[in-house]
Design a protein around this ligand. Structure first.
Ligand code: NAP
Length: 678
């Protein structure tokens, strides 16, 4: 018995008043569910995201949001069996479902970790250092990212109902934007089950996630200039969206991940007995058969040097002949059906188009060999390999969104790059070569046309994640035909959702605005050494200015002897005098920094627990024997850690010489107890 899928709107599940359209099992043709978005209160949905979800999210710091993503990832990991079962009804084998479900959960974990490690425990992100704008130091610029008070609408393709949702949700959530997700109808029953699991977990703030099952209706008309649409799907739909008035003239941002005629190139250095040949062939077959080729990153064009064409075609045929097609729940089946009969017909049409300039050298699109299922009722189509004739145009134009690839031959590296570029922009490309010159020439030629490139050889094959796997830490998206969008890539994807603003102000104003001490702002010395203050008592701007200390020649000699750093500039009078930058013996930079630590520390046990590094260390002026140095240490940033009884304190350190010129500047990073009883 099938059920009508529901949407999740303004804190309630909404069932359409009509019966909806049937969604059929890809293997049996039986009805799985029905879908309709009729009766949806779209304005209420958008208002709820803006007025409930957004403020709730933005009241949390990045670290708190990241903590929720991690908890959600753990929760979903324990619930995934249902998603596997539903994915099978869409034609996915267990391995296919893992790419989607586990890939999505892994993406949540990755963003949780990135959010904690690479974003501040704050609600804004500073972008780069302050830029001095006036000679007197009273006028400074600072770029900062803030959360938009809008909503992120995410329209997904049918092929990755779980990963597609979670990979968009995670960065938007971290950025403080509530999500309205609209999954593709053919697999909306997987997406609906996933959203139910998320909502029922109670982990995300109410309003942070809403769901539209069925068509998008008037959703885009409700959007404004603080809102965004992230779309994954066909180039055709992308163009419809680009023309939508909200996007064309209404200021709504659109990110497009569209179709892509990705290529894999076999380097001309690869011979018949090189391990790279096997890697190449395996890669092509994996990409043709995973998710039955319904992957936006799948290899559609197989580019090989003319003399290797026959060998490659034979090796591909041999490997493809071992691929079993049938019931996706059968563990012996490698490839399940396509998502629907309509999709199968689309792919058959695409093969027909390709045949005008290419010959089928493996497979029969009309008569697949199927095990354990009814070939007529299921959307089955076995792998199809074509070999293009010289000058073929269709392989560069037609996307068969199924288990279909075309072998094309090239003459030299320029020709290979030119052929790859005829795809007019792709998501992912791979170059299989063991020759560094070939790797460089092809990578630099292909890079402007691609969002991601895999250079594969015997050295990285063991750990390679493969041609077709988008990774949360790497950018996903491609130029031109691939849509021109960019997703993932770690924190980049979070910042895409935020607004970067250049703020110009005095150092004191910037310190007040950003919560981080800015060079030139007021310092505070209340007579208590800042190392005697716990995190609770420290203030931005708290300062200790040391007495001067003379650096003697004996200090330099002893440091050289102790460390073994006897570089001539510190030890050899004559050679140091000839050095164009020093003109004589100078102190080691690390000696200066070590002496500075001796000048600023308060040695007794106290709230400062550890020094865990320095950032941005620069030596600006050489220190010669008998120069006097002094250091000023100022609290720049205080970041309590959520799950520890200490936090991080970043100190601005400036070492100066007797003339007051900066000798070294850096940030000292320490861990400081949240409270301390003297
Ligand atoms: P599609 O037909 O373009 O549909 C994509 C999404 O757009 C679905 O959710 C669809 O909803 C929705 N949609 C359709 N018309 C719309 C409109 N007028 N307004 C708002 N939403 C609308 O693509 P698909 O068949 O699901 O996916 C296959 C295609 O996606 C392939 O071409 C593939 O290359 C591409 N793809 C690209 C990537 C990538 O990352 N670049 C990833 C996966 C797939 P309904 O289903 O309800 O119509």
């Amino acid at each position: 018995m099938s059920t009508l899928l529901e949407s999740y709107v303004a804190g309630r599940w909404h069932a359409a008043p009509d019966e909806g359209r049937p969604l059929l099992d890809a293997t049996t043709g039986d009805e799985v569910a029905r879908v309709s978005s009729n009766g949806l209160d779209v304005p209420a949905m958008v208002a709820y995201a803006r007025e409930v979800g957004g403020p709730a999210l933005r009241s949390l710091t990045f670290h708190e949001r990241a903590g929720l993503l991690k908890a959600l990832a753990k929760h979903l990991g324990a619930e995934k069996d249902l998603l596997y079962d539903l994915s099978a009804r869409a034609g996915a084998t267990r391995r296919d479902a893992a790419i989607d479900v586990d890939g999505g959960i892994g993406t949540l974990f990755s963003y949780a970790s990135k959010g904690t490690r690479e974003l501040p425990n704050d609600t804004i992100v500073l972008d780069g250092p302050p830029e001095p704008l006036g000679k007197g130091g009273t006028f400074v610029g600072q770029h900062l990212f803030t959360s938009r008070p809008g909503v992120a609408v995410q329209i997904n393709a049918f092929n990755f109902p779980a990963w597609g949702m979670l990979e968009k949700l995670a960065p938007a959530f971290l950025a403080g934007l509530p999500t309205v997700v609209k999954p593709a109808s053919p697999t909306a029953y997987v997406a609906e089950a996933l959203v139910r699991q998320i909502i029922e977990s109670g982990l995300l703030p109410e309003g942070a996630l809403q769901l539209v099952c069925g068509d998008a209706g008037t959703l885009l008309y409700e959007l404004g200039p603080q809102d965004s649409v992230a779309f994954t799907g066909s180039a055709h739909t992308a163009n419809v969206l680009r023309d939508h008035p909200s996007i064309a003239t209404g200021g709504v941002r659109l990110n497009v991940e569209a179709d892509s005629l990705n290529c894999s190139i076999l380097g001309p250095d690869v011979t018949e007995d090189a391990p790279e040949l096997d890697l190449f062939v395996k890669g092509v077959v994996t990409e043709m058969t995973a998710k039955a080729g319904q992957k936006c990153t799948a290899i559609r064009r197989v580019l090989v040097p003319e003399p290797m064409a026959a060998t490659v075609v034979e090796a591909l045929r041999e490997r493809l002949s071992r691929v079993s097609v049938g019931d996706p729940t059968d563990p012996d089946v490698r490839m399940g059906p396509l998502v629907s009969l309509a999709q199968r017909d689309e792919v058959r049409k695409a093969v027909e188009a390709l045949r005008s300039t290419a010959d089928v050298v493996f497979g029969d699109p009309d008569h697949p060999e199927v095990t354990g299922a009814d070939a007529e009722r299921g959307a089955f189509l076995g792998p199809v390999l074509l070999h293009a004739r010289r000058g073929a145009t269709e392989p560069h134009d037609v996307e068969p969104f199924g288990p279909v690839s075309t072998v094309l031959t090239y003459d030299d590296l320029d020709d290979a790059v030119a052929l790859a570029a005829r795809g007019r922009g792709s998501l992912a490309g791979s170059i299989v070569t063991h020759d560094p010159d070939v790797a460089r020439t092809l990578t630099l030629g292909l890079a402007p046309w691609h969002g991601r490139l895999l250079v594969l050889d015997r050295d990285d094959a063991g750990e390679s994640t493969g041609h077709g796997s988008p990774l949360p830490v790497l950018v996903h998206g491609g130029p031109g035909r691939a849509g021109g969008g960019e997703e993932l890539g770690g924190v980049r994807a979070v910042l895409h959702h935020m607004q970067r603003t250049a703020v110009q102000a005095s150092p004191d104003m910037l310190t007040a605005i950003t919560g981080r001490w800015t060079t030139g702002a007021a310092r505070r010395d209340d007579g208590t050494h800042p190392f005697r203050k716990s995190l609770a008592d420290l203030h931005i701007g708290d300062t200790i200015a040391s007495e001067p200390r003379t650096v003697t020649r004996e200090d330099i000699d002893r440091f050289a002897a102790l460390t073994g750093d006897t570089f001539y500039a510190h030890t050899d009078e004559e050679a140091a005098a000839a050095n164009p930058l020093f003109g004589g013996i100078v102190a080691h930079g690390y000696l200066v920094v070590s002496l500075a630590a001796g000048l600023f520390v308060d040695p007794d046990p106290g709230p400062v627990l550890a020094n865990f590094g320095v950032d941005n260390l620069r030596f600006l002026t050489p220190v010669k024997a008998d120069d006097a140095i002094a250091v000023t240490l100022t609290v720049k940033q205080v970041t309590p850690r959520a799950n520890a009884d200490y936090g991080e304190v970043r100190w601005d350190a400036v070492v100066t010489n007797a003339e007051g010129a900066p000798v070294a500047t850096y940030d000292v990073l320490t861990l400081v107890a949240k409270s301390w009883d003297a």
